[in-house]
Design a protein around this ligand. Structure first.
Ligand code: BGC
Ligand code: BGC
Length: 848
């Protein structure tokens, strides 16, 4: 068992006054190491130093009186229920009624009946069930409609067949605010067609360090663009305040998130600490909120991150004095996924501090029943004042009244006029336009693009026909992993789009994923880039693309060596250091994460029958592009700003620009090519690996969402929290047969690791099981029972095993396709995460 040995170092002294705030306080508590506190600045400029936002709403006596009348009828229980949002996997319609829950959400990868293929009708049925329960007046229950929130962050991408728009970074490159409004408008329609009231969008983060795994959720590193877009997206989603369309039957509630400073954390660490001056917080990070509030946004989500060491979920100065007092926000503040539990002194089940600081609704996910009880007691004891409770409930009710949910009827009735809108042709054509306009032309040597008529074109690269890769994270599943092409009915891959456009001008197309061809092509189009990720799981240590293992570069070079002109289409959630790849390409296009309409790419890349462009490039960088991998924090307002391509860079056909000559490849900060470790699972299975559960040798089910079960029911798995949310798996074996969970993928050569290597993973078992638990690498298994029993009930522990336990000699390890497998015939529940092979290390257990 690894003990937390974190001792916080005092941070640099910023001003003269300090408070004592917890650095890793929870970690320290768990390991009973005395909490060492760090000084943090508490001197604030004062809310007056912040801009006022012009709220579009004057106080409306009709609404306020209605709220007052409702409040007068509500018991403490009913009020406390209204400030809770639970996750659909953890609260039934009956719970919504019994505990008066104000809201429910589906997290990323969570669906009605835990069915990834749930239809619009299934979503509506569940929405009706929750709604009906909330307005059921039997037993004297007070009817207050529940509202359902979801992450429709690039279209309603929770639902199979939905229109998926480019992620925000691509929208930023378009520099087209009115198209952003259109995207919001049609996304709202698709959301409503599933009975949902509210989306947790737009993200108005202003990313400053591109190593952040949520960079792609950010429109730009430029606060002015974020501010303008925030307003347009809110107008699109909610409608324009003061007009009849505002929150009418075709609009949903929006959320500006994550307040405040999420894009400014040190080292781009997701949920980390934003250490900047108050001026920088205001001038860079707060701009999107001004745009959103002025457009009438009804909810703001608190950020997991801290500002100068103080968790935003507990920051009353920013949540209350600045956001309400100064910026005139009159909607409600929703917490992020158990974010309140990270406030010092709090747990997921109890956090008066966060509520008192200004959180109006807890996103409590699972522990809502305990939080409800504890909050109720805190109200009774006075730790939470009646006045504060009433203020929060007033805000929630005000938003519900504005949303019209008291009058609009059941979700299915509201959706009646929206049949067939999910993935409709009109919506897809907007997404296709967005994909088209988001493309940034980085290089076009010799005017290779647009592709001319009558050419033989090879399309290759692992992104060419992979809609999962082109849509990225927050698509069907939370991480965007585990999606097949068939999971995107109605969508087109980049390959599909190219095929149609090239054939239309007399060309021919050959596709292979590895660059092989039957007929020597006149030009090759290579689609490659980042694989999907979401949140902290996309945090990077370095912005070098494919460090140590430049597979895409090898493919480009192979084609160049054959004398074939190469066009690269780079799919990514952020700029990455790609000088070698740009050098190895004649043309290079940054396509970001273009969404479900791959045809938008061909619209620009493939010319007309006359060889002239059908559409010019419109995209301009909304993130500066780096010149060496150490330029993590590369923004115009920083002193050392020396990008390769400035903010606003982007070539056009019209100007006949060719872009850069040969770029420097020998730069600082490159990663070494030697591998001392191989990671299979870190928060999720890392490509090319996938994780499965199975019964006997059959019925293997790949785990792509947050829950899966084998068809015979022997094994089920759900995601669980280790260091951050959902970064590990909990697997239950029910003892009715031999079950397993395993990681598999293409053959892995572990022979170099045989001599002194170890397998390391995080493991947790809370209760004794029956039967025998075995651990297998490749062909050989060892008994894990003794080790597991010794760790029983101890929480997360690192288990390390010598790799020599699993093979006779290095040769046996040359091609391992199942490098990790746990199996049991008993009834047992275990959790694991963070699986890797290390070339050397100490082992905690012996081979048995
Ligand atoms: C994330 C949520 C996501 C959920 C998926 C959580 O850990 O924070 O955003 O929706 O996992 O189940
Ligand atoms: C994310 C939010 C998201 C929420 C609900 C969190 O983990 O940070 O952006 O809205 O989960 O899925």
């Amino acid at each position: 068992m690894k003990l937390f040995s974190t001792i916080c170092k005092p941070l640099a002294v910023i001003t003269l006054t300090f408070v004592l705030a917890g650095c890793d306080q929870r970690a320290a508590e768990q390991s009973s190491i005395p909490v060492v506190v760090q000084p943090e600045a508490v001197t604030h400029l004062g809310a007056d130093a912040w801009p006022t936002a012009q709220s579009p709403f004057a106080v409306d006596p009709a609404i306020e009186d209605r709220v007052t009348a409702l409040l007068a009828k509500m018991s403490a229980e009913q009020k406390v229920g209204q400030i809770m949002e639970a996750e659909i996997r953890h609260a039934t319609p009956q719970d919504v009624k019994d505990f008066h829950l104000g809201s429910i959400l589906n997290g990323g990868g969570s669906f009605p009946n835990q069915d990834k293929y749930a239809t619009a009708a299934d979503w509506l049925e569940l929405a009706d069930a929750y709604y009906d329960a909330s307005v059921d007046t039997s037993d004297g229950h007070l009817a207050i409609p529940v509202i359902w929130g979801t992450d429709a962050v690039h279209g309603h991408s929770n639902v199979i067949g939905a229109t998926v728009f480019p992620h925000n970074i691509g929208l930023g490159a378009m520099h087209n605010p009115s198209l952003v409004r259109d995207i919001g408008r049609v996304t709202a329609r698709e959301i409503l067609a599933t009975g949902i009231d509210w989306t947790f969008a737009p993200t108005v983060a202003v990313t400053q360090d591109d190593r952040w795994g949520r960079s792609y959720e950010s429109y730009s590193e430029d606060p002015a663009l974020v501010k303008a877009y925030a307003a347009e997206m809110v107008y699109g989603l909610q409608g324009v305040p003061g007009t009849p369309e505002f929150l009418d039957s075709e609009h949903v509630l929006a959320t500006a998130k994550h307040y405040l400073g999420d894009g400014g954390t040190e080292a781009g660490d997701d949920q980390g600490n934003t250490r900047v001056s108050e001026e920088e917080l205001r001038d860079i990070h707060a701009q999107g909120y001004i745009g959103a509030i002025e457009a009438g946004v009804q909810t703001v989500m608190a950020s997991f991150s801290s500002w100068n060491g103080v968790k935003m979920h507990g920051n009353s100065y920013l949540l209350t004095d600045v956001l309400r007092g100064r910026m005139n926000f009159d909607g409600f503040v929703i917490g992020d996924w158990n974010g309140h539990g990270q406030v010092p002194g709090c747990t997921n089940a109890s956090c008066a501090a966060s509520f008192n600081a200004g959180l109006d609704m807890f996103m409590v996910v699972e522990d809502w029943k305990d939080l409800y009880q504890n909050t109720l007691e805190q109200v009774r004891s006075g730790e939470i004042s009646q006045q504060r409770l009433d203020e929060a409930v007033r805000r929630v009710l005000r938003v519900k009244i504005r949303a019209g949910v008291f009058e609009k009827g059941r979700p299915s009735e509201r959706a009646a006029g929206l049949q067939g809108v999910i993935g409709s042709a009109e919506h897809r054509s907007i997404a296709r336009q967005a994909a088209r306009e988001s493309l940034v032309l980085i290089k076009n040597a010799g005017g290779l693009l647009p592709i001319q008529p009558n050419l033989k074109v090879l399309v290759t690269g692992d992104g060419a026909d992979d809609i999962g890769k082109q849509t990225g994270g927050w698509t069907i599943s939370w991480q965007g992993t585990g999606n097949e092409k068939s999971d995107f009915p109605g969508a087109t891959s980049i390959l599909d789009g190219l095929a149609e456009a090239i054939e239309a001008i007399g060309g021919s197309l050959e596709h292979s994923s590895n660059g092989d061809f039957l007929v020597k092509p006149d030009v090759a189009v290579v689609v490659f880039g980042e694989n999907p990720y979401a949140e902290g799981q996309g945090d990077l240590p370095s912005l070098e693309f494919e460090p140590g293992d430049k597979q895409s570069l090898a493919l480009l070079k192979k084609l160049k060596k054959d004398g074939i002109p190469v066009v690269s289409i780079f799919l990514s959630g952020r700029p990455l250091w790609t000088n070698p790849e740009i050098n190895a390409s004649d043309a290079f296009v940054a396509a970001w994460l273009p969404g479900s309409e791959g045809a938008g790419v061909a619209d620009v890349l493939v010319g007309g029958t006359d060889g002239m462009p059908r559409h010019d490039f419109k995209g301009k960088l909304s993130f500066s592009w780096l010149n060496d991998p150490s330029q993590n924090r590369l923004n115009p307002h920083h002193e050392d700003y020396t990008p390769l391509f400035d903010l606003g860079y982007g070539l056009t056909y019209a100007a006949g620009e060719e872009g850069p000559g040969v770029l420097e490849e020998d730069v600082t900060g490159l990663q070494s090519a030697t591998q001392d470790s191989i990671t299979l699972y870190s928060g999720r299975p890392l490509p090319p690996w996938s994780v499965y559960i199975g019964e006997g040798e059959k019925n293997a089910v790949m785990i792509s969402g947050s829950y899966a079960a084998t068809s015979g029911g022997t094994v089920s798995a759900s995601t669980t929290d280790m260091k951050v949310q959902e970064d590990a798996l909990q697997v239950s074996f029910n003892g009715t047969g031999t079950g397993n969970t395993h990681i598999s993928g293409p053959g892995l050569d572990l022979s170099d690791f045989f001599a002194s290597g170890i397998l390391s993973f995080q493991f947790k078992q809370d209760k004794p099981g029956t039967g025998i638990l075995r651990l297998r690498v490749g062909d050989k298994a060892i008994d894990l029972d003794t080790a597991a029993n010794a760790l029983l009930g101890q929480g997360w522990s690192e288990v390390t095993v010598p790799l020599s336990c699993f093979a006779e000699n290095a040769a046996t390890f040359e091609r391992v396709t199942v490098p990790f497998r746990l199996e049991s015939d008993g009834e047992i529940e275990i959790s694991f995460g963070e699986i890797q092979f290390l070339k050397s290390g100490e082992s905690t257990i012996d081979c048995i």
